[in-house]
Write a protein that binds this ligand. Structure first.
Ligand code: HEC
Length: 316
């Protein structure tokens, strides 16, 4: 039979293709549901919102369609003091993260707690919702799960935002987009390794820290310090501002680029930022003609640099 070899080849090809599709498409599902999400993983999901990279909701990567993280120490309903809690505010229309849309990726037990006690099933994207991280027990162990505070405590997104105020509101999800868009990961990793790294960059992440996160922005080739816990070793907003405006202000030989354009056109008071004049003053300082560098402008509330700073300082 002249074509026998081809038939055998075609079948083997079919088996190989089918097998690789099972591995590529099916195995990750099995794998994901077998890992329970950690508290870090929950914080990331809730503060980043629906996926943290390029998406059709935000094609220009401007940080749109993301939740806000509000540090609350008062109950927004009653005004009574409460133990400080991070409230993840999804205003109406903001897409929910994968853990709420597909609770089973949260892993055994946590899925059940989030659905039964946390009532996440009743949250609606159209109406908006506020989530918090709650503690419960599963198989005798303390675990964290997602609580829909709109259902359990009656907290509405707008109330939480006004109770917290702008100074307690953080744009962590939008900042993650800035990190991806600006390519910080070309030089920085978000992945301390199981080596001497531990001593300086802090503890390596665990598998359950990544449930539902995409992209992870691990980085690949490290040319600069790991940033996974940078907010724990340096939480100075002033230092970060100077460093982002021009890294040479604080690290004279830094190879990190300037990100001054992320300030936008105006400062916190709405006055135009004169980049040329700033540069001229800085050059005079760099040449030793003046004693001090010019001040870095205070950034506007809705500037991209605010988003980025909120993300970087959240990396504890
Ligand atoms: C060309 C490589 C490069 C790029 C791109 C880059 N950085 Fe850096 N970054 C460095 C280097 C080198 C250092 C260490 C020297 C210094 O502090 O400037 C550093 C330091 C830092 C630090 C301080 C780290 C510490 O341990 O205290 C932070 C925070 C930081 N970068 C954030 C960012 C962010 C956010 C972006 C993207 C908007 C970015 N970097 C892009 C090279 C880079």
């Amino acid at each position: 039979m002249a074509f026998r070899e081809y038939k055998v080849g075609a079948r083997l090809f079919g088996v190989a293709l089918g097998g690789s599709m099972v591995i590529t498409l099916y195995m990750p599902i099995v794998d994901m549901t077998s890992v329970a999400v950690t508290e870090t993983g929950l914080k990331k999901q809730l503060s980043y919102g629906r996926i943290g990279g390029f998406s059709y909701e935000d094609p220009w990567m401007l940080g749109e369609g993301k939740p806000k993280t509000v540090v609350l120490n008062k109950d927004p309903k009653t005004g009574q003091p409460i133990e400080t809690v991070d409230a993840y505010v999804y205003e109406p229309g903001i897409p929910f993260p994968s853990g709420i849309v597909h609770p089973r990726i949260l892993g055994d037990g946590i899925t059940q707690l989030s659905l039964d006690k946390g009532q996440i099933g009743s949250a609606s994207e159209d109406a908006g919702a506020v989530f918090v991280i709650a503690r419960g027990t599963h198989n005798g162990e303390t675990v964290t799960y997602i609580e829909n505070a709109t259902a359990t405590r009656g907290w509405q997104p707008a109330e939480v935002l006004s109770t917290g105020g702008d100074e307690n509101t953080h744009y962590i999800g939008s900042g993650k987009i800035m990190f991806v868009k600006e390519g910080c990961w070309w030089c920085h990793t978000l992945l301390p390794e199981q080596t001497q790294d531990w001593q300086y960059f802090g503890i390596p992440p665990r598998l359950g820290d990544f449930n539902g996160e995409s992209p992870t922005a691990f980085g690949s080739d490290r040319k600069a310090p790991d940033l996974l816990h940078v907010g724990a070793r340096n939480s100075s907003k002033e230092w970060m501002m100077m460093h982002f405006f021009n890294p040479r202000l604080v690290q004279p030989h830094s190879i990190m680029p300037r990100y001054d354009y992320m300030w936008g056109d105006v400062d916190a008071n709405g006055n135009p930022i004169d980049f040329k004049a700033w540069r001229a003053e800085y050059d005079a300082y760099a040449k030793g003609k003046t004693m001090y560098p010019p001040d870095v402008p205070e950034y506007a509330k809705d500037s991209q640099i605010r988003y980025l700073m909120d993300f970087i300082l959240s990396l504890k």
